[in-house]
Ligand binder design. Sequence first.
Ligand SMILES: *Cc1c(COP(=O)(O)O)cnc(C)c1O
Length: 396
Amino acid sequence: MTDDNNDDWKPQTALVHGGALRSHFGETSEALYLTQGFLYDSAEAAEARFKGEEPGFIYSRYANPTVDMFEKRMCALEGAEDARATASGMAAVSAALLCSLKAGDHVVAARALFGSCRWVVETLMPRYGIETTLVDGASLEAWESAVRTNTKLFFLESPTNPTLEVCDIAAIAQLADSIGARLVVDNVFATPLLQKPLELGAHVVVYSATKHIDGQGRCLGGVVLSDKDWIDEHLHDYFRHTGPSLSPFNAWTLLKGLETLPLRVRQQMESASRVADYLAEHPKVPRVIYPGRSDHPQAGIVARQMKGGSTLVCFDVEGGKQAAYAVENALKIIGISNNLGDAKSLITHPATTTHKNLSEEAQAEAGIKPGTLRLSLGLEDTGDLLADLDRALSRV
Ligand SMILES: *Cc1c(COP(=O)(O)O)cnc(C)c1O
């Protein structure tokens, strides 16, 4: 097998060639090694491999050549030393959080989290004696005042779901460093192309590869990226023995997704930006939140830490839930779905779907109103999407 990697590659090149392990057949497309295990030439070779004295694969729960290609390609894109790919985004988040924590440790997390992430922090971790505090992620003072002597980890998502609020990653990373804690960033909404948390000082970055990385609505996946020392010390054994590993088939699909990621994100972002500008002018839309606009509440931080405004737009429709439903139901191209980052444009009503488990007060605190909709832009023609929205909004 050959391993062609080059540190000087630009992202577009790394996403097509990075991490490739080409077999002696010389296949152009990455090979799919759909195998559980691997054979050894001799009993001695098996022993040497188990001792780590000889390179090679042992068992696909630990590592697999196709999964390895995906991990290496993600490392090349992210500028990370090492990675572990997981079966879903939630497997990545829970591994990244739980692998290094123990009873008696304290975690500070931004309150505006993806629903399942919030459950892990708020409900699961306290069951095992890990104390957690949820804060307003956009307020640096809130992070500072939540710190305790036993604080070991910070966790945030930026931009957040669904209101696309932005946290100052560099400032929060600096605070984490000053107290010897680690900052874990869920970078799904920004994508690895528009924001590089490790460059901003974060210690660990996690993705749901289910979203833009697959980008075509096919399979679940996730990945945890960090420095080699942290992965060796904390994630390596946790990952091997708890089994969140990514299937080789899904890794292969995700590798194909990475090849077109820059093209897709660029097109989706262009549509998002045009749709946000259109909505901002619409008389039935009292609020539009898009990190690429100068009226975004944290526009200054966006300019410092992001290369673009993301592929999502959040907006309110005048008339509350009834009006929001009327818009959703009148759309012909844009589908109603809680998913995002897909080739197909998708819209969701967070208050009754993704965020229905939050109390009314918690929803209000998170900026989720009865008329709030979250739109994920797909790859359709932007003009067709604008026409679809325009027709739907005329029903309000
Ligand atoms: C979707 C998502 C997850 C969970 O990913 P799955 O692949 O669905 O498990 C975690 N965080 C964010 C921000 C997400 O959008």
